[in-house]
Ligand binder design. Structure first.
Ligand code: ACO
Length: 428
């Protein structure tokens, strides 16, 4: 491998060191480009720009591979628990049995919200989207733990991380209960992470709610599949906010808002809405595929395409199998699964999708499983956020521990007016 790259600008040639990756794309370190040449790079959407070195998640978009800390996603989804994976992402190694027991206990002992937080939920309109409540409540949490804001203090960082992972399912379920006018259900320490969340979501004070272990296991695996994905839009947002030394709660809340968009985590809701429309419209997939291909029509096939995956999204593959298993185990049928499979088939055989390497992404099948597990559509992106939380924390921590981190501050290529004299209002 070459150890230097050359950039020629007019007659001047400059050399730049190569930053070697253990696997995947190597980097050209242009950190002094502007100072040395007066030029900056322009890269809309950062498709060619690495913002950091990271040892957390590896994605091979061509091969369709995804690994957390070197472990394949399929392996982890089948064999590990969500908290085990959270520990792995945040600490770099799989926990020993003792470490995992301690970690689980710490999380379990922090699941309650401060009672004053409940007033926050009451302040939202009944129809409020739970993602808005989730990010607001996460930001609000920072005000309850103001002695834990120092990113350079490992104890404060660890405590904030435990609190966030412990409390997010409680926040999410309270947001849901508020939206349907039911009483909040408090966490139960005898249940595992996913079972406790399901209980808070679906129990009522009036009767016992038995958590189905098949459902809890499926939810746990789904959270694992969402747990990290390199420098995606929401994670880059968490890092950007954190680079100003904003506290972990505030940084994560910023990431949640980025996740909400329909081109990112909001796509899982958009997919189900699209499939339901197709069903209502008589199930003609071809019509929707044609609309997605029409450049004069803004419609896109939701759940198709990915910035990084140009072969297949390995998470979608695991989920597709899972969707069938879960529906079978729960004795349910979902017409939308048939529509999804039909649409996938049509799109995958179409030249437009083949040429552009557009395949189903994680959101294409996750919504069908979330529906089968009993979650309402508006909670889907919230579930994504609960899953992605350990990744956001791991990336935030990695950034704050990296001595090369500087406040995130991109440059621009200015194309506006150069120098104008102010014109008084009366003369305009
Ligand atoms: N339906 C139809 N055409 C599409 C789709 C789609 N879902 N996705 C991309 N294309 C087309 C584009 O129009 C473009 O065509 P062109 O080359 O003729 O102009 C080409 O494929 C490349 O697409 P880009 O938008 O340049 O790809 P980019 O990497 O910027 O966008 C994205 C990726 C946002 C995921 C896009 O594929 C999309 O909008 N998909 C639908 C929304 C979605 O499912 N988002 C979830 C992503 S996964 C996640 O965040 C967890």
């Amino acid at each position: 491998m070459p150890d230097k790259a050359e950039i020629t600008i007019g007659d001047s040639v400059t050399q730049w060191p190569i930053d070697e990756a253990t696997i995947g794309n190597h980097g050209i370190d242009i950190s002094t480009l502007r100072a040395d040449t007066g030029f900056v790079t322009l890269d809309y959407g950062f498709g060619n720009t690495a913002s950091c070195e990271s040892a957390i998640t590896y994605i091979d978009g061509e091969a369709g591979a995804l690994r957390y800390r070197g472990y394949g996603i399929e392996d982890l989804a089948r064999n590990a628990s969500f908290l085990e994976v959270a520990y792995l992402l945040i600490n770099g190694e799989l926990p020993t049995s003792d470490q995992l027991t301690k970690y689980r206990n710490e999380i379990t002992m922090h699941t309650l919200l401060n009672e004053e937080m409940k007033r926050l939920f009451d302040a939202f309109p009944r129809a409020a989207h739970p993602m808005g409540i989730l990010s607001a409540a996460t930001s609000a949490m920072s005000t309850f733990y103001e002695n834990y804001h120092n990113p350079s203090d490992p104890e404060q960082v660890s405590e904030s991380s435990i609190r966030l992972i412990a409390k997010l399912p409680t926040v999410a379920s309270f947001a849901y209960k508020k939206s349907i006018g039911q009483p909040y259900i408090y966490p139960r320490n005898d249940l595992d992470y996913s079972s406790n969340f399901l209980h808070m979501m679906f129990a009522l004070p009036t009767h016992e709610y038995e958590v189905d272990p098949v459902v809890a296991r499926a939810l746990d695996a789904l959270l694992i599949l969402h747990a990290d994905h390199g420098q995606n839009c929401s994670t880059a947002t968490v890092r950007m906010a954190g680079s100003s030394e904003a506290n972990m709660f505030a940084s994560v809340s910023s990431g949640m808002n980025a996740l909400w968009g329909p081109l990112h985590g909001g796509a899982n809701q958009a997919v189900i809405e699209m499939l339901a429309n197709i069903k209502e419209d008589g199930g003609d997939y071809q019509k929707y595929v044609a609309e997605a291909k029409d450049k004069n029509d803004p419609f896109r096939l939701m759940g198709f395409g990915h910035r990084v995956y140009k072969n297949f999204d390995p998470r979608a593959n695991v989920l597709k199998d899972f969707a069938k298993d879960v529906l079978e185990a729960m004795g349910r049928q979902d017409e939308l699964l048939d529509i999804a499979a039909g649409l996938e088939q049509v799109a995958l055989e179409d030249d437009y999708f083949i040429e552009r390497k557009l395949f189903p992404n994680v959101d294409f099948y996750s919504g069908i499983i979330f529906r089968a597990l009993g979650f309402p559509v508006r909670m889907f992106t919230v579930l994504f956020a609960i899953g992605r939380l350990p990744g956001w924390i791991a990336q935030w921590k990695e950034m704050t521990e990296d001595p090369r981190t500087r406040i995130g501050r991109p440059r621009q290529v200015y194309v506006g007016a150069v120098d104008r004299n102010f014109v008084p209002l009366a003369d305009r």
